[in-house]
Design a protein around this ligand. Structure first.
Ligand SMILES: Cc1ncc(COP(=O)(O)O)c(C=O)c1O
Length: 322
């Protein structure tokens, strides 16, 4: 038996998300590609973060908290989904963003629709969010509130349990489809998503490798974070499998975190034009650019599953390029 039943969980996502083949993209790349559609989780505009929020928001409620405090950059998919998840459960969302206010487009617009209280650190350093979350929580407590702090990206062991479960969900879909992928590809940022998938693959003894494409952090930091969060998630639910290597790819960040890359834009266009599926410029586009580069240089063994992680709001937070 595992410890999953003991964890509080609130249903926020529409699950399971579909797994389906991408025949025209596969023909284009010469490799059998399948999509796991976590852009269709159904909270807000969908996306991967809905899965971890089911556990994080439930934990906040179980602890009797009345607001959640989290943060990131103002175009964060995480922040917008956290705000909407909080509202779904009657909690008040407070969001901390690094830097100074920008244009109310994309996710920032969603945050406003959710009525989140928004705080800016006025410091361009991403880590300024972390100390401001602590300060804000202290201030809210002094005012008699009961805040629940969640680190950037929801990257905690508890948040990663959402993707441990996604890995189990994927496993039964793979069985049903008779599919034995060589690799499962995804974009990796704060690392909780990859960590959960790695924990599930280890628990199940899956034959595929989970390949994260780093879109923000140095690979060495990702490797440590994935290993740590994956063990933490597995321990929380008593589903620890045998440890093996963690795979994170470098070289696809482009001009920087949060900035679209040319290769990412090409990947987005290819996927939209072959499969009618939208990838976001910050995460999915860069992960797909990595997959395409591997296919085109004969370094990609099939079949592969690509996790579509959502984030479509940021498609509307930039100009062009088409
Ligand atoms: C659309 C999208 N894809 C992928 C990721 C990466 O997930 P993680 O931060 O768990 O590594 C994020 C993170 O915010 C995201 O918003």
């Amino acid at each position: 038996m595992n410890g999953l039943d003991a964890l509080p969980r609130v249903p926020l996502a529409t699950l399971p998300t579909p797994l389906h083949p991408a025949p025209r993209l596969s023909a284009e790349l010469g490799v059998d590609v399948w999509f796991k559609r976590d852009d269709l989780t159904g909270l807000g505009l969908g996306g991967n973060k809905a899965r971890g929020l089911e556990f994080l928001v439930a934990d906040a409620m179980e602890r009797g908290c009345d607001c959640i405090v989290t943060g990131a950059g103002e175009q964060s998919n995480w922040a917008a989904l956290a705000a909407l998840a909080a509202r779904r459960c009657g909690l008040e969302p407070h969001l901390v963003f690094y830097g100074t206010p920008g244009r109310p487009v994309g996710n920032l617009l969603l945050d406003r629709w959710a009525g989140a209280t928004i705080h800016y650190t006025r410091d361009a350093e991403r880590s300024s969010v972390d100390r401001t979350i602590d300060e804000l929580c202290a201030r809210l407590r002094r005012a008699g509130r009961r805040p629940y702090a969640i680190p950037r990206g929801g990257a905690t062991a508890l948040g990663a349990v959402g993707y441990l479960l996604a890995g189990l969900e994927l496993d039964s879909q793979l069985h049903e489809a008779g599919l034995k992928p060589a690799t499962l590809w995804l974009a990796t940022g704060s690392c909780g998503t990859q960590a959960g998938l790695v924990a599930a693959a280890r628990w199940l003894g899956s034959a595929y490798r989970v390949v994260g494409v780093s879109v923000s952090r140095p690979v060495r930091e990702c490797l440590q974070r994935v290993a740590h969060l994956s063990d933490g998630a597995a321990d929380l639910v008593a589903m620890r499998g045998e440890a093996d290597d963690v795979h994170v790819l470098d070289g696809y960040i482009g001009p920087g975190y949060g900035k679209p890359s040319d290769a990412g834009d090409e990947a987005t266009a290819l996927v939209a034009r072959t499969e009618g599926i939208l990838l976001d410029p910050v995460f999915g586009a860069k992960a797909m650019a990595a997959l395409i580069a591997h296919a085109r240089s004969d370094r990609l063994e099939g079949p592969v599953v690509f996790l579509v992680t959502g984030g479509s709001a940021t498609l509307f937070a930039r100009k062009g390029p088409v």
